[in-house]
Write a protein that binds this ligand. Structure first.
Ligand code: GLA
Length: 700
């Protein structure tokens, strides 16, 4: 039984970790412990008493409350803020009952006076050493209650004010950079106000006090949400540290009508006693096995024609590229932007999701058949949430976009955002996309989203057939994302075999929420191999390699050898996006060899355990390793970008091998035990912009 109840509260145990909480002598719900699983239930500390500090601080400042609600003498960041119909905005949550079902503990609290019930859910994932938390609010009265903040969880780490925060930050074309900063006293805020997860920060955290990739305590977590989110790492004046995260309350409120309920997105967190690498591998396993709609599958080698033909898409141009791609061993051919009605540049067409008659006079059929005849699957790009003012859709439904009636509609990339909270908008999109997927054997969809929000309004419709938001305008942030999820879920259900990719101008929508729908993420529009190293490292903090689509393109410095560019992309799901007509015959032959090499090891890379051996942040040289789950083989990639001469490259020490098994280094006669390889290490000689792929295989 992973959830234990006793007189001192509840203990959630996973294979190696435990999380304890309980009611203190004042029946306040208090955090007790999080970390290594202890031998005996009596080892866990009791809930701390409600002590304050002079007349200036109530227990709310001193005691680690599990889910603090704004009210009384509380000045730290609360999880919940609400206003009742009579204007009172002070919450007094009283514990009512606990319920344990399977692996989930549900604690019910209720306001002492008002008809607001709060249910805190804790689901333990014993095999993954992870805990999932979310909250639910029920208004059992008949007057509305306004929620002004409704976070998913507050994660308390062991007492201390000397933690570092690891997080991912960046911008378009430069996402996912790993940052590790000492946490100052006070609140460190990371968030998105952009309607999507955003390129700028990711709803992920890791807290440590001197951990490394392979050693030390790391507390980490994430939020499964693809819209505005907020993460507050707070170091208190009483020597404690916590991370609260959930829906962003910036420009948010939610009216809970009588009888209605509201559920937050889940937050997932875990503890590793073996450094950042183990924390990442835990998330990778969980995502592959529990989150991804198709489970732990390895993806096909893809070709995408975007960077070759941009908007100049027609049967002839695509067929020529398809011929070359198939000859190289590509398995999936994807036509990107430019194929649909009126789409000759980025100024028109979005919303009109049927093939452009000039480019495809007989529809997509002939091209799809050509691609299939070559033995490849066919895939397509769409951007369902968007509309160009220059489109049939917009001319027919100018009211379908997010806007304020008295304001200009700010365009970005000449496009506006369709209000996916509206059922009629979703119905239109289901009809159009379903028609495409039903008419052709389309096996892959790249779902893009190329701008952030402006004028976040949802004017009520005159005919009142749609939900009239009126003063509920700030619910749009949540209702929109729920609409995206609903549309995606609907299409998935109709076409369960399609592989979907989440793209938002690169990695603008990469999170655990979208991964319940999308099988892959397009990490960045930046496909320059040297730049990708750091982006891919950051991405690997959370996401496994089979989720990471990575193309070999012609972008950037073409003196970076093709092999180097391939090796960088082979660290995920390999794709090719270069202009194949411009590649020489010998380049295409080299590509074919590299694709064949990749296919021989892709299961190890995409589905194995990843070890970040040397970080690209060290500068000039980096290495990453993948070990098959059955430890039968391992792949190591090493990259040297630029290092001034003379440079002494660090020796690589593989990880994760079976210590007693013997492994042979492919292409050599060198054989050693797993322990031998891990302790003796491997020296690799590389010149600037050179790379290597090493394969160790069990020899007996
Ligand atoms: C976005 C994507 C690109 C490409 C273009 C097409 O920028 O990230 O990969 O699909 O849109 O317009």
């Amino acid at each position: 039984m992973p959830v234990h109840a006793s007189s001192s509260g509840w203990i959630l145990e996973s294979r190696r970790t435990a999380y304890a909480l309980g009611l203190n002598s004042d029946r306040l719900l208090v955090h007790r412990y999080w970390g290594t699983r202890l031998p005996d239930l009596s080892d866990y500390p009791p809930a701390a008493d409600s002590v304050g500090w002079a007349s200036f601080n109530g227990p709310g400042q001193v005691v680690p409350e599990e889910y603090a609600a704004y009210g009384g003498l509380r000045y730290l960041e609360p999880c919940l803020k609400a206003t009742f119909a009579d204007g009172v905005r002070d919450l007094v949550l009283v514990y009512r009952e606990a319920d344990i079902a399977d692996e989930t503990l549900t604690l019910t609290l209720a306001d002492a006076h008002y008809p607001l019930t709060v249910r805190l859910h804790y689901r333990i994932h014993p095999d993954f050493d992870l805990i999932e938390r979310w909250a639910e609010f029920v208004n059992s009265g008949d007057q509305p209650i306004t929620l002004e903040r409704a976070l998913s969880a507050c994660w308390h780490v062991p007492p201390g004010d000397d933690y570092r925060l690891t997080h991912l930050t960046g911008r378009w074309y430069d996402e996912m950079h790993l940052r590790r900063d000492p946490l100052p006293h006070g609140v460190t805020l990371l968030e998105s106000r952009r309607l999507t997860t955003s390129h700028h920060h990711n709803p992920y955290f890791a807290l440590d006090r001197g951990a490394t990739e392979t050693t030390g305590d790391v507390y980490f977590g994430a939020l499964a949400w693809s819209g505005n989110w907020k993460l507050m790492a707070e170091v208190t004046d009483f020597g404690s540290t916590r991370v609260s995260l959930g829906l962003n309350d910036w420009d948010f409120d939610w009216t809970l009508d009588g009888g209605a309920s509201f559920t937050t997105p889940p937050s997932l967190a875990g503890y590793s006693d073996s450094g950042f690498g183990a924390a990442s591998r835990t998330l990778h396993d969980y995502i592959r096995q529990r989150v991804l709609p198709h489970g732990p599958i390895a993806h096909k080698v893809l070709y995408n024609s975007w960077e070759a033909t941009y908007f100049d898409v027609d049967v002839a141009s695509q067929a020529r590229l398809a011929d070359l791609a198939a000859a190289m061993g590509v398995e999936l051919f994807v036509v990107d932007d430019g194929w649909f009605h009126g789409r000759n540049d980025d100024r028109a067409g979005l919303g009109d999701w049927w093939p452009d008659a000039a480019k495809f006079p007989d529809g997509l059929g002939p091209l799809v058949e050509h691609v299939n005849r070559l033995g490849m699957d066919f895939g397509l790009w769409i951007e369902p949430e968007m509309v160009n003012p220059n489109s049939d859709l917009y001319r027919g439904h100018p009211d379908w976009v997010i806007h304020f009636p008295t304001r200009a509609r700010t365009e970005a990339r000449n496009q506006l955002i369709l209000n996916l909270a509206r059922e009629d908008v979703r119905a239109y999109l289901v009809e159009k996309i379903d028609a495409l997927l039903s008419a052709h054997p389309i096996r892959f969809i790249k779902w893009d989203m190329n701008r952030n929000i402006s004028e976040p309004g949802w004017p009520a419709l005159g005919d009142r057939q749609q939900p009239v938001l009126g003063d509920r305008q700030r619910e749009l942030w949540v209702r929109y994302v729920e609409g995206v999820y609903a549309l995606w879920d609907d299409l998935r259900q109709r076409h369960p075999d399609v592989i979907w990719q989440s793209c938002s101008g690169g990695g603008g929508r990469a999170d655990l929420g979208i991964l319940r729908r999308a099988d892959q993420i397009w990490v960045s529009d930046n496909t320059e191999a040297p730049a990708r190293l750091a982006i891919q490292e950051g991405f690997s903090l959370i996401f496994p390699a089979n989720v990471m689509e990575a193309w070999v393109t012609d972008s950037g410095d073409r003196h970076v050898p093709l092999k180097f560019r391939f090796h960088v992309s082979m660290c995920g799901t390999l794709g090719i996006g270069g202009h194949l007509l411009k590649w020489t015959e010998s380049e295409r032959a080299e590509a074919a060899r590299l694709i064949a090499q990749y296919k021989a090891v892709r299961d190890i890379i995409q589905l194995g355990d990843q070890y970040r051996l040397i970080s690209p942040r060290m500068g000039g040289f980096s290495a990453v390793q993948y070990v098959a789950k059955d430890q039968m083989a391992s792949v190591i990639f090493a990259f040297r970008t630029h290092l001034p001469t003379p440079a002494i490259l660090p020796r690589l020490y593989p990880n994760g091998l079976d210590p007693t098994a013997r492994y042979r280094l492919e292409g050599s006669s060198e054989t050693r035990s797993g322990l031998g390889w891990m302790r003796v290490g491997i020296d690799i000689a590389l010149t600037d912009f050179d790379s290597a792929m090493l394969v160790l295989r069990r020899s007996e």
